[in-house]
Design a protein around this ligand. Structure first.
Ligand SMILES: [Zn+2]
Length: 280
């Protein structure tokens, strides 16, 4: 899809599963299972959505999925599915990993930065050797010293190797990293997670990351139990969803498997998604 000179493609690192109760917080199961059916282990299907972006002569990859540094036990817990995975998909698209100029991680949970690295000779090394990697400084600091409540989401192998290779750019706040690519702090899920706004040709795309992980999370109270600051999530959701609807932005959800992109239309006191198919 084109926005003026900027062009982007939706790609995924396949699907995984998380506990439905944890994904919907205070919403009772009889309500959420109508829109996100649980499997026999109470898990719901999620997709790891990434964007490949061409802007200002650069190749940019937003989010790098879960990667392949998984042992059998954890692969089974998260039910990763859907190969071929991200690097192979990029190569098939004619943009092999070494051609990527910038990698953006909205935050450093394992399902957003897994392909940052892969294991070579027993050691985690950067997959995108020529790229600048971008995240908020606050998120990097937290990733290295997480709380007991969220440490299961952070794996140092996903972010420490690019310190050694000096590939990190750590942001202090919102930033337009490349003309047309705006990174916006949207706290709630954690303190420094970012959403991403693409602008060009008079059009706007809004990538929600985990602020609104799936289309089912559009109603205000449908907030993940994982979120560290749920009332901040609530404020930021109301702010950005209202703006996306009012200004006719194409919304792309971080983890939606069935309708990853669409326009939100205000209907009475709620928003209805009008899905858009993005071809890779
Ligand atoms: Zn996530």
């Amino acid at each position: 899809m084109k926005l003026g000179d900027l062009e982007f493609w939706l790609i995924t690192d396949g699907t995984f599963r998380l506990d439905g109760g944890a994904m919907f917080g205070v919403i009772p199961k009889p309500m959420w299972q109508r829109v996100a059916p649980a499997d026999d282990r109470n898990r719901i299907l999620m997709q790891m959505n990434s964007l490949l972006i061409r802007a200002a002569g650069k190749w940019v990859l937003l989010e790098t999925g879960a990667g392949d540094k998984w042992d059998a036990k954890r692969s089974e817990i998260y039910a990763f599915e859907g190969p071929p995975k991200l690097p192979e998909k990029l190569t098939a698209r004619g943009v092999p990993p070494e051609k990527i100029d910038m990698v953006i991680n909205t935050h450093l949970h394992f399902d957003h930065c897994g392909w940052n690295t892969r294991i070579v000779n027993g050691e985690a090394v950067p997959v995108f050797k020529n790229a600048e990697y971008v995240v908020q400084r606050g998120e990097m600091e937290h990733a290295k010293d997480p709380s007991e409540r969220d440490k299961a989401s952070y794996f140092p192998d996903n972010f420490v190797p690019m310190e050694k290779s000096r590939q990190w750019t750590l942001l202090e706040d919102d930033a337009e990293v490349i003309h047309g690519i705006e990174l916006i702090r949207a706290p709630g899920h954690n303190r420094d997670m970012m959403c991403v706004k693409l602008n060009g040709g008079g059009k706007t795309v809004f990538f929600t990351a985990d602020l609104v992980p799936t289309a089912a999370h559009v109603p205000p109270a449908w907030i993940m139990g994982y979120d560290l600051y749920p009332l901040t999530t609530l404020d930021n959701k109301k702010k950005w969803i209202a703006r996306a609807a009012r200004e006719n932005w194409l919304v792309i959800f971080g983890h939606e498997p069935k309708t990853p992109a669409g326009y939100l239309r205000e209907q009475g006191d709620k928003y209805v998604l009008e899905p858009v198919t993005l071809e890779f």
